[in-house]
Design a protein around this ligand. Structure first.
Ligand code: 5AD
Length: 354
């Protein structure tokens, strides 16, 4: 093991700030030994904040209309093959009811950037969920909106917002998105969300086209600096009807290493073992948890629309991904020494709903 690598590991496990070179050294030496070592420390540190608890979030994919045309995404507006749908407020509430009965205490409303869901409609939906489920957290994942809009949704009762930066490198960002989409604007949204008081989540895809270890290091530096409450990391997976349809999928091992690194950068982070990871790896959920993740987001969307929310090829939505299979998921987590809990699952420094 070379000295740079050794120093980087030591810094990471003892809460020192890492440099870009430190992160690159870790990424360039991904091997089973390094993954095991970092996963070991990630688990120790996670345990101090969350014990053996795994939090569940009920994912409601309520619209696959999207005005954006991201080169990687299956619901990009120019994908004519996508069958578009929207859920009504009543349908969304039915998903929440089903989820609540199954033990979910966080609902994640995720959708494409769909102008139909303006502030009037969104605040109506959020207020209704807030009223019917006062003991639950409402997480939004709706892409970029104005500051006023973020504020209105927060005032209506939302608590958390997920907005992946996708890449913390401007040049790379422009290679993944059409030219009118702005990296600066994306980053500004993240700062605004945090400032407004949302529990804020950022994140990125692993192995997206043109990505280098230096670019991933930028994302890690960003996380170190931004101190988000949540981080979403999953492998890039190609989608046939996108410009990246022939690009190779991201690596499972890189994703696992990154989960451990992110846990160690911020030990109290809420870190999901993502659907993309379990789409590529048969036991992706377990592998993700064992690497340092502590959140799982099963799908609560109605069965008839699940296949339509196809961000990438072969996106898992049945079996263990379906919220109804929670008993099975509980069993799987118990088998690896973890416990799915009925809990709002706030960051460990926040005890009540806020
Ligand atoms: N592969 C993996 N993840 C993807 N996402 C979108 N398209 C893909 C893909 N092809 C991720 C993006 C987005 C999140 C909702 O899904 O990171 O922020």
């Amino acid at each position: 093991m070379n000295t740079t690598l050794k120093t980087s590991i030591e810094k990471l496990i003892s809460h020192k700030l890492l440099t870009k070179e430190d992160f690159v050294a870790l990424l360039n030496h991904n091997c089973i030994e390094l993954r095991n070592e970092l996963a070991y420390h990630a688990n120790l540190q996670r345990k101090q904040h969350y014990g053996r608890k795994v939090y569940i979030r009920g994912l409601i994919e309520f619209t696959n209309y999207c005005k954006n045309d991201c080169f990687y995404c299956g619901i990009r507006c120019s994908n004519q093959n996508a069958i578009r749908y929207r859920l009504s407020k009543e349908e969304i509430l039915t998903c929440c009811e089903k989820g609540y009965a199954l033990g979910f205490r966080t609902f994640v409303l995720q959708g494409g950037e769909d102008a139909y869901f303006d502030d009037f409609r969104m605040t109506e939906i959020i207020r209704s969920i807030r009223k019917q489920f006062p003991d639950c957290a409402i997480t939004l994942s709706l892409g970029e909106r104005t500051t006023e809009s973020f504020k209105a949704l927060l005032d209506a009762g939302a608590n958390r917002y997920l907005l992946r930066e996708e890449t913390a490198c401007e040049e790379h960002y422009q290679k993944l998105h059409p030219s009118h989409m702005s990296y600066q604007q994306r980053m500004q949204c993240l700062f605004t969300l945090k400032e407004l008081g949302y529990q804020t989540g950022c994140g990125f895809m692993v192995g997206s086209p043109f990505q280098t270890p230096e670019m991933i290091a930028n994302d890690l530096l960003f996380i170190q600096d931004f101190q988000p409450d949540m981080v979403g990391i999953g492998p890039f997976i190609h989608h046939d009807h996108t410009p990246f349809g022939n690009e190779p999928d991201g690596s499972i091992d890189d994703t696992l290493l990154l989960l451990s690194i992110v846990r160690l950068i911020k030990p109290d982070i809420l870190l999901p073992a993502t659907t993309a990871l379990s789409t590529l790896a048969a036991n992706g959920r377990e592998q993700g948890i064992l690497a340092g993740a502590n959140v799982i987001m099963p799908n609560l969307s109605p069965d008839n629309v699940k296949p339509q929310y196809a961000l990438y090829q072969g996106k898992a939505y049945s079996g263990m991904e379906a919220a109804e299979q929670i008993a099975l998921l509980k069993k799987q987590m118990t088998e690896i020494g973890y416990e799915i809990v009925t809990d709002i699952g706030n960051p460990s420094h926040i005890s009540s709903l806020s």
